[in-house]
Design a binder for this molecule. Structure first.
Ligand code: SAH
Length: 266
């Protein structure tokens, strides 16, 4: 049997998850007025644990007001310190509902979009293990923020990034958190990551024109893919794919804006 790569990071600081609220209609669209409005100025988090927790609590309250209602996702958003994943010059914007540059031309998505996508992943049919998602593949580690969130709501997370610079940055950002159930991989996520599949969920942070067949192949029956897709007119929407015993079901949801899914390593 092939030996799985070990997890380099240890998780210690996370409390046991709270009971999960599930939404009766997983395909519910978010309210139209959800588009981020410029937020009131916030105090700058200083980067030291508790100092930023009040700012984060306000971000979570705003997410809830915007319709994010999965308690486990909200809990993770309240715990993971987003300001640790952005450049020091951007720290005072870390808890605003805005996407931010993370280097090499890539961006970290708005908190609302991240929370929405993880909530959608959790609303699948879905191979939960004691209330958590099972094994998840994230395409596009970027700075590692979403990977850290996923590690709070899933048993096992494998996150793949094609840019060496960002793979290394994520490793550095995540090291102090010592997350035991997260593996970072340098590779082309268009090929998925067959070494550790099948996955109960695949979530992409980059949008392609078509869904790589490898993702469908590496998804377990009962599993779900949440990914941005690019239309023929260049606009993007959120695609949800469920692999059922009877075949593939798909839902096209709201418009989104992600960096492009590209092949090969750099
Ligand atoms: N989840 C990230 C978001 C990063 S932006 C975060 O929380 O920071 C999307 C990322 O997808 C970029 O870093 C980009 O390099 C990466 N990406 C694009 N195509 C990819 C591919 N084929 N395989 C792996 N990563 C890819």
């Amino acid at each position: 049997m092939k030996k799985r790569p070990g997890f380099p990071l240890k998780l210690e600081q996370f409390a046991p998850p709270k009971p999960v609220k599930t939404h009766p209609d997983p395909y519910r669209q978010l309210p139209k007025d959800l588009i981020a409005k410029p937020s009131a100025p916030m105090e700058s988090p200083t980067g030291i644990g508790l100092d930023s927790s009040a700012v984060r609590a306000r971000m979570v309250a705003k997410l809830e007001a915007q319709g994010i209602d999965d308690a486990m996702v909200l809990d993770a958003m309240g715990k993971i310190e987003r300001h640790r994943f952005v450049d020091s010059a951007l720290v005072n914007q870390a808890y605003e509902d805005t996407s931010l540059p993370i280097g090499l031309g890539q961006t970290i998505s708005k908190p609302n979009v991240v929370a929405r996508m993880i909530s959608l992943l959790r609303q699948g049919r879905n191979l939960m293990i004691t209330g958590k998602l099972g094994r998840i593949l994230e395409i596009g580690t970027g700075c590692g923020y979403q990977a850290a969130l996923l590690s709070c709501v899933a048993k096992e997370v494998h996150s793949i990034e094609r840019l060496k610079g960002l793979h290394e940055k994520a490793r550095e950002n995540l090291r102090p958190m010592r997350i035991a159930n997260l593996q970072l991989i340098l590779g082309d996520g268009m090929l998925g990551y067959s070494d550790c599949g099948p996955y109960s969920g695949i979530i992409s942070a980059a949008g392609g024109e078509s869904l790589p067949q490898a993702w469908i192949d590496q998804l377990a029956v009962g599993g779900r893919i949440v990914a941005p897709m690019v239309n023929s007119n260049g606009s993007q929407y959120l695609l949800v794919i469920d692999k059922t015993p009877h075949g593939i079901e798909q839902q096209q949801l709201e418009p989104v804006h992600f960096v492009p899914l590209k092949s090969g390593l750099e």
